[in-house]
Design a protein around this ligand. Structure first.
Ligand code: ARG
Length: 651
């Protein structure tokens, strides 16, 4: 049972006589801020009082007189300006907890309003090594799929890989002009990765060289403006002074931005010029970026050679991706990449034009969106389609194929503008019966606050990252006396290491950036996977030591005794598992579940400190405490599982 939903249901009935639409008021029935306010709080009296023009405490009293919660709560109390504090009855908490013992689903009831959701996540560009940002999408998306399914929704996972875009043109150019034939035959994925990096570096270099003079001039102009403003005499008038100061600040900011652009270009140029071999290649392959684009265009127009090369190399790229997914224990229902939609793109643009949604502008076909200066381009002057065009075709396909209630995109926040435009364009196009949500997430930073990169300066390869985490986790496994053989230690290290990376991605509020730190994510104390895995193993250890079979205990279904506050607090935490899942689904934030599990482990730890289990005073309290232990272990294991993290039996 979801206690919060149950309470809201009871309040809905009570509020029905007081207001027409209690929906927003029900959202104010919440878990309490602390134990002295009870277990839950209903804060709906104040806004309701305003609405109906009566004193809030009086309204609170009336709500209390109407709400029928006697079977689960002590008598509700009005506090302060009109808060209603609710404390669950101990006998009710005990009975509910006891019921969980036999409940395979640990209190999670399948929703009465199941939805179909397409979750678009991971979605890397193939042949380009996946990086730390793609893990974040993979891990968050996978957790969302698992939680939604656990709640009874249909979640369709679709990996919208980039297997058709500019990066493939770079590879095609590389394969034709820069490849090492032996390496390409022996280790195609490595060689393709090298070629991709090489071509994009050379293209970046040439592009930077072209852009440099303009950038230098712009920086010079910005500097002149700063100098001019700073040498002006201060006006006497206060308002004018303020205006001047603001102008000076703006100019400083602009100058700083221009300098940053300039430095970026210079770095790219110096990087290549520092390596004579690269410099030579750059000279020998002029306009390489443009030529790579031409290769992409040829691929798109069905050029036999390019299509054959694409078909030849795509499987190797996919295999590489799948190796990573295997290691992360992530699967997809569908992997419909950009190439899958190619044949639909012309039709999408035609339809947009026919309906007057897209118009010709400067030779390109554009969708203009209210309130935005820049249009969304769906076809370039040279006839090429874009990322956005593919995404429109993808929406069309998903609607037709699965009739979803929602399409959820788990993608880096840097693509926010793209999704804003995409959704607005889709609405214009008549897509209105489906929720479209960009589940954005922040950047993974290094300890200096810069986007996380490897020493070589490229975005971190995912496999290397996982290897290092597992290697470091090995140190934890090696210290554990509970792990006896080398195999056991290796298996535990894999779970601890991969779990650490995933958990760090999930536990941080997804919209903020976070600092990637092996030391923090592998800490044995605090809100980490290692701590939860350890907590789980510790609970299981009690059953081993006591020679107790958890299955037999569940069958026996002992009464739950809540004599000690720590026992009650633990039971309350156990009952709140369904609420945590509901919250994850409500705003697509897995960190509600990590916080919940951390809270549960903390409650358990207090319980363990105060309440002897195997050495309890009498058999009844021993069995009750064993039951609480069993439930804790099961909720921890299930909760971690829903995050895509495996528990460790011994640690
Ligand atoms: N391939 C893109 C990238 O790596 C992400 C795609 C996200 N999904 C989508 N439907 N646009 O940046």
């Amino acid at each position: 049972m979801n206690v919060l939903s149950e309470l809201r249901g009871r309040f809905a009935a009570a509020l029905a006589g007081l207001t027409d639409d209690p929906t927003d008021l029900l959202a104010l029935v919440l878990p309490s801020q602390g134990p002295k306010f009870g277990d839950y709080q209903a804060n709906c009296a104040m806004p309701l009082a305003k609405r109906i023009g009566r004193p809030p405490r009086e309204v609170a009293e009336e709500i209390i007189s109407k709400v029928d919660v006697g079977d689960l709560c002590e008598a509700p109390e009005v506090a302060g300006p009109g808060f209603v504090n609710l404390r669950l009855r101990d006998d009710w908490v005990a009975a509910q907890t006891q019921r969980l013992l036999a409940d395979e689903r640990l209190g999670v009831v399948p929703t009465e309003a199941p939805r179909t959701l397409v979750i678009d996540f991971s979605s890397p560009n193939v042949a380009k090594p996946m990086h730390v940002g793609h893990i974040r999408s993979t891990v968050i998306g996978d957790a969302l799929v698992r939680v939604l399914r656990e709640l009874g929704h249909t979640a369709i996972s679709d990996n919208h890989i980039g297997d058709w875009g500019t990066q493939f043109g770079m590879i095609l150019y590389g394969v034709k002009h820069l490849a090492d034939a032996d390496r390409l035959a022996a280790r195609p994925v490595d060689e393709l990765g090298r070629l991709y990096k090489l071509v994009s570096r050379l293209a970046g270099y040439q592009e930077a060289k072209r852009a440099l003079p303009d950038a230098q001039r712009a920086a010079e102009r910005a500097k002149q403006r700063v100098d001019a403003l700073s040498s002006r005499t201060m006006p006497l008038n206060k308002d004018e002074q303020k205006k001047e100061a603001k102008a000076a600040r703006d100019a400083e900011q602009q100058y700083a931005a221009q300098r940053e652009t300039l430095e970026g270009l210079q770095k790219r140029i110096e990087g290549v010029e520092a390596e004579p071999e690269l410099q030579k290649l750059a000279d020998a392959h002029p306009k390489i970026g443009k030529r790579a684009l031409e290769e992409t265009a040829k691929l798109h127009s069905g050029d036999a050679e390019n299509v054959a090369l694409w078909k030849q190399y795509l499987p190797a790229c996919l295999e590489e991706l799948n190796a990573t997914y295997g290691r992360l224990n992530v699967t997809f229902d569908h992997t419909l990449g950009e190439s899958f939609y190619h044949d639909a793109l012309a039709g999408v643009v035609d339809d947009l034009k026919a309906k007057g949604i897209a118009t010709q502008s400067d030779g390109a076909v554009c969708v203009f969106i209210d309130g935005q200066d820049a249009p969304m381009i769906v076809q370039k002057q040279d006839g090429a389609f874009l990322y956005a065009t593919t995404d429109l075709a993808t929406i069309q396909h998903r609607l037709k194929t699965w009739q979803p209630d929602a399409i959820v995109y788990v993608v880096d926040h840097r693509q926010s503008l793209h999704f804003e435009q995409l959704f607005a364009a889709a609405r214009k196009w008549g897509v209105d019966d489906v929720e479209l949500t960009h589940v954005a997430f922040g950047t993974v930073l290094d300890e200096d606050g810069k986007p996380y990169k490897t020493r070589s300066g490229s975005a971190v390869g995912l496999m290397g990252l996982l290897d290092e985490a597992v290697e470091r986790a090995r140190a934890i496994a090696d210290q554990s006396p509970a792990l006896e053989t080398d195999d056991q230690r290796a298996a535990a290290a894999e779970r601890i290491g991969i779990g650490a990376i995933k958990y760090a991605d999930l536990a941080h509020n997804r919209t903020s950036d976070y600092v990637f730190s092996y030391d923090k994510m592998l800490a044995m104390q605090g809100n980490t996977a290692a701590y939860l895995q350890y907590s789980y193993a510790r609970v299981r250890g009690i059953f081993d030591r006591g020679g107790v079979d958890p299955a037999a205990l569940r069958k026996q279904s002992p009464a739950i005794l809540l004599g000690h506050p720590a026992e009650r607090a633990l039971a309350m935490a156990l009952l709140r598992f369904p609420e945590a899942l509901e919250r994850v689904a409500a705003d697509y934030r897995p960190n509600h579940l990590t916080s919940y599990l951390f809270e549960l482990a903390s409650r358990y730890s207090e319980f363990f400190e105060h309440c002897p289990v195997l050495k309890a005073d009498d058999p009844a309290s021993r069995d009750s405490r064993l039951a609480l232990c069993d439930l804790t272990a099961r909720v921890l294991q299930r909760g971690l599982g829903l995050l895509g993290i495996q528990a460790v039996e011994r640690m």
